[in-house]
Design a protein around this ligand. Structure first.
Ligand SMILES: C[S@@+](CC[C@H](N)C(=O)[O-])C[C@H]1O[C@@H](n2cnc3c(N)ncnc32)[C@H](O)[C@@H]1O
Length: 249
């Protein structure tokens, strides 16, 4: 029988974000693979452990350490090697523990959005019997918190990264842009005329911060709120939505 692996989307670590399918998969897992705590990762590791308790799981916890990336290699090669090594560590943890039942992995947000867990799982040999349970994404929590539709009426939505916004500017043809993985608030490098922003940090968590307004007017407020929250917590995760406002939201 192939090893059963379930990738469980957990939203932003808030128990209210777990679907019934996610709760069932966590409760029924015989083992759960968890990245070990480390500098700056304790909060997220604790959130995952709290979710496991919340689901009444009796699963054996299989901790693994993330390998270091070889920064001397070109980006794609470096990431591919890193994924190979993570898959090897999962495999070793499962084999060492002699687990025969389903193994779950708790994936932040949704496993399909800016997450490589499915790519890593596809490297396991022999091929596992894979199940993917969708989770709430950061852009969904953001738009619900601000009560704003992600798309303009009949409009096109782009989801991109801070790096791409910085390197390539406003995505061609887009009138709504959701930005993730941005440590630099890269929207500040765009021409802000006519742009509206809905920004959120620690979305879905007790520390959630929301700021919204014409981008030129609120850019400084966002930068200050971000810097101060980051200093308080030691880390921050934020996401924002930008829209060209000529035709309304
Ligand atoms: C590696 S991606 C993971 C995305 C995740 N799979 C999802 O479905 O949202 C991490 C990025 O997601 C966003 N993010 C994750 N958690 C967040 C939170 N609680 N508040 C705001 N943004 C968050 C940030 O843009 C962060 O840089």
């Amino acid at each position: 029988m192939p090893q059963q692996i379930t990738l469980v989307g957990i939203g932003m670590g808030n128990p209210d974000h777990l679907t019934a399918a996610a709760m069932r998969a966590i409760a029924e897992a015989k083992a759960i693979l968890l990245p070990r705590k480390g500098a700056g990762k304790d909060d997220l590791a604790q959130l995952r452990e709290a979710l496991i308790d919340h689901c009444g799981s009796k699963a054996q916890i299989l901790y693994f350490d993330y390998p270091l990336r070889d920064e001397t290699r070109p980006y794609i090669e470096r990431v591919n090697l890193w994924h190979d090594e993570i898959a090897a560590r999962w495999q070793a943890a499962i084999v060492d523990a002699g687990v025969t039942g389903p193994v779950a992995l708790l994936v932040w947000g949704d496993p399909a959005l800016y997450d490589s867990t499915m790519r890593i799982a596809s490297r396991l040999q022999p091929k596992p019997q894979l199940q993917v349970i969708p989770g709430l994404t950061a852009p969904q929590i953001l738009t619900a918190a601000h009560q704003v539709p992600i798309n303009r009426l009949n409009g096109q939505v782009t989801i991109t990264t801070g790096r791409r916004l910085r390197d390539h500017g406003w995505p061609e043809g887009a009138d709504s842009v959701a930005v993730m993985l941005d440590g630099d608030l890269s929207f500040r490098q765009l021409d802000l005329t006519g742009l509206h922003i809905w920004w959120g940090a620690f979305l879905g968590m007790p520390e959630q911060i929301l700021i919204e307004g014409p981008a030129a007017q609120v850019a400084q407020d966002i930068a200050e709120a971000r810097a101060s929250a980051r200093a308080d917590h030691g880390w921050i995760m934020d996401t924002y939505l930008l829209k060209k406002m000529a035709q309304g939201a």
